[in-house]
Structure formats: C-alpha cells, structure tokens
Design a protein. Structure first.
Length: 451
C-alpha cells in the first residue's frame, strides 16, 4: 500500500508539472492569437478596408467585448460542479474553426462583395468571441484545480509575462506582414489570420495536456445576488466610475483608421502601435504597483483616468503640431509623425495596465470579503461591458462630424472619469512599513552615560 501511495503521488506530481508547463505555454499561444486579432487595431483596419462606415468599425469592439463577457456569466452557473476541461477543449475547437473560416474569407475577399465579406466576418468574429470568452473563463478554472496551489501565483505570473512577450512579438510580426515589403490588402490579413489559427491550434494541444481532477468540488455560490453582492454604496459608485472610464475608450478603434486615412501613415505602423501598447502596458505595471503602495488603489484608478484623457488629446494635438512652421523647420524625418502619433497607444497601454491592477484590488479595498467571494464581481463586469457600445456611438459621431469631434467627445468622457474618481471612497488604509513606523513612533533617548 505504501508503494502504491508513493507511485500515485509521483504520477500526481508529474501530472501537475506537465499541467503547469502546458497551461503557461497554452496561455502564451492564446495571447499571441488574441494580439493577431486585436480588435481596436488589426480588426478595425481590416473592417475599414471594406466599408466607409466608422460605426461598423465600432461594432468590432462592441460586439467582441459583449460576447466575450457573456459566456463567463452563463458558465459560472451552468457548469458549476462539473469538470471544466472537456468544455474548455470544445470551446477551443469552436474558436479555432471560427478563425480558420475567417482566414478563408480573407483569402477569398477579391471574389466576394464588400457586404459578403463583412457579414461573414462578423459571424466568424462573434463565434470566436463567444468561444474565446468561454475558453478564457474555463482556462482559469482549470488552472486553479490542475496547478499546485503553492505554485499558482508563479503560474499566473509566468503566464501573464509570456502573454505580454507574445503580444509584443505579434506587433513586430504585424508590422512585417503589412509593411512595404510585406503583403498588400487582404492577402496580408490572410497571413495574420492563418497565424492566429495556428497559434490557437497549438493552444488547444497544450490545453489538452492539462490534467483536471475527476471529482469536481461542490459549487460555491456567493452570498447575495447582483451588485448587492459587492455590498455598500461605495461599490456601486465604483461600478459607475468603471462604466464612465470604459466609455472613455469610445475612440479607440478609430485612432489607427484616422492615422491611415487622414495622416497618410503606412498600414505597417499598426504593428508598431500594437507593440507600443503592449510595451507600455508591461512597463507601466511596476509604476502602478508603486502608486498603489504609496497612494492606494484609488490612486491607480485616478491614474488610469488621466491616461485615458491623454490618448485623445495626443491624437488631436500631434497632427496640429505637425502643421506648424516649428515642426516643418525642425523635423525632417518622415517617420516622426507616425511615431509621435504612437504616443496615443502608449497612453492607452498605461491606462489598461492601471485598470488591470486597480479595479479588482480597489473593490476588495472598499467591499472587503464581499468582492472576494466567487463570482461576486461578475455582475459589475457585465454592467461595465455595456460601455463597449460607446464605440458604436463614437463611430456615428465620426461619420457625421469627423474624427476630431469623436476624439473631443472621448476626451470629455475621460475628463468626466477623472472628476468622478475624486468621488470614489477611500480604500483600506495602507500599512506603513515596520521600520518607518518604528522610527516615527520610537521616542528619542539619550543613552550617553550620565545623560
């Protein structure tokens, strides 16, 4: 019996180690595919090539966000107490099929009308978003059960790091494929979509290598329902702030379209913008951690609102500055304008990093254990996801009044988020470092002999 137990423990340890590596690798490949299909840059440019309607471009972000969030809400109750790995593999196959069909449509674009391409694209993309959102939710659930709890923190950290590196490499790939020496038009996007399908195929392979315990744990349901599960008016104010902050992204899918159409920026710079966004998101992480340590998570959310305000302001300022004699007399490099406009994506990346670090941590600060219960934050996430419809509104504004008006409205919404952040309740008090607290409270005693 003792030998059998040792062999069982050994197999279990090897299984967890394989699951650890498979989960990290699969996560990196999924992030690679997601970057190749980045809605507000790659897909926005692809769709803009088949329509003059910016509202249609806005639907790329709105539809993708809403359908990505929906499965996570449904799966929490529908699959409670069941093994998640079979459902994860099924969602991965559907996701792969949708992107594969999307690549086929892009390769056949010259034989189809613009309307046929757009209709097929949105069907494929909606399917991908639904399956991708479900796979992301189930992947997190499988990781919690398949990875050693003592190594879960390292697992999530390594997975996030590799995801950022994969997304950054994707930006360079996009620049290469869509560059001057790359492929033109739909052929370039075909290559990107095929690469995304290959990455998803690899992700599905590694996900299948994970081992989930056969016995599912009893479902744990949060106390309370809806937003009341978070507890207190402070949490409701936080959800309202998040709603306004998310709506401030209403111009995100139009920045790159504006750069290409109005400023004459080559399409290849889209890859550079994606790389800049990802790099800013990675490099801003330690900065926001320092802000959270000194000013609390409320300060991080206020920083996110400020970065959101900077993005449309930069988009409005850089082209105006480029038309001045000062720019003409001192800037001779033709690449200066495209790269200066890339600061828009640096601001967006910094804002995304702040939102990722601040939102849930702040809810924990203001709501305590209520926000930490399983699924407690899901209702607020669903409400905030509705703000993705602001991208459609932004498209309508841009269609009727021009890009500048849409950027001004985005700046106005971001300014409202900055002002609203001041009304957020203070989070939990930040404990002072022990050494600093000792130095501040310890009385000064003269220890000299005879003092």
């Amino acid at each position: 019996m003792a030998g059998a137990d040792i062999r069982h423990d050994s197999r279990d340890g090897r299984g967890r180690a394989v699951g650890y590596l498979a989960g990290v690798t699969g996560g990196a490949l999924t992030a690679l595919a997601g970057a190749l299909l980045y809605p507000s840059i790659v897909l926005a440019l692809f769709v803009s090539g088949f329509t003059g309607s910016l509202a249609t471009v806005g639907w790329v972000v709105a539809l993708g966000t809403l359908l990505w969030v929906l499965p996570s809400l449904l799966a929490r109750n529908a699959l409670a107490g069941r093994r998640k790995l079979p459902w994860l593999l099924g969602a991965s196959l559907v996701r792969l099929a949708a992107v594969g069909l999307l690549a086929f449509v892009a390769s056949s674009a010259d034989r189809l009308s613009d309307g046929q391409v757009l209709r097929t694209f949105f069907v494929c993309y909606a399917t991908y978003a639904l399956a991708g959102g479900l796979a992301a939710r189930l992947s997190a659930d499988v990781a919690v059960r398949a990875v050693d709890p003592h190594r879960l923190g390292g697992y999530l950290g390594q997975r996030a790091l590799l995801a950022l590196l994969a997304a950054f490499a994707t930006g360079l790939l996009v620049a290469r494929v869509l560059g001057d020496e790359g492929l033109d038009g739909a052929a370039g996007y075909t290559v990107l979509f095929v690469a995304a399908a290959i990455a998803l195929l690899g992700a599905g392979f590694f996900e299948a290598r994970q081992r989930e315990p056969r016995r599912a744990p009893a479902p744990v349901r949060p106390a309370g329902t809806g937003l009341s599960a978070l507890g207190g008016p402070g949490a409701l104010r936080t959800v309202g702030f998040r709603l306004v902050l998310a709506a401030a992204a209403l111009a995100d899918p139009f920045f790159v379209v504006y750069a290409v159409r109005e400023l004459g920026v080559p399409v290849a710079y889209a890859g550079g913008y994606l790389a800049a966004l990802v790099a800013a998101q990675a490099l801003a992480g330690p900065l926001w951690a320092a802000v959270a340590a000194r000013r609390g998570t409320k300060g991080v959310l206020q920083g996110a609102a400020l970065c959101r305000l900077l993005a449309p302001l930069i988009a409005l300022t850089v082209p105006t500055l480029a038309d001045t004699p000062l720019w003409a007399d001192n800037v001779a490099d033709s690449r200066a304008l495209p790269w200066a406009f890339g600061l828009v994506y640096v601001a967006i990346g910094a804002a995304l990093a702040a939102q990722a670090r601040g939102h849930h941590a702040y809810l924990l600060d203001v709501s305590g254990r209520a926000a930490g219960r399983p699924g407690a934050a899901a209702p607020s996430n669903a409400v905030v996801a509705l703000a993705a419809l602001a991208a459609v509104v932004g498209g309508v504004i841009a269609d009727r009044f021009g890009f500048d008006r849409a950027f001004l409205v985005a700046a106005g919404v971001a300014l409202a988020a900055v002002l609203a952040s001041g009304a957020l309740p203070e989070g939990a008090a930040r404990p002072r470092p022990v050494a600093a607290a000792w130095r501040r409270t310890r009385p000064v005693v003269d220890r000299r002999v005879g003092g």
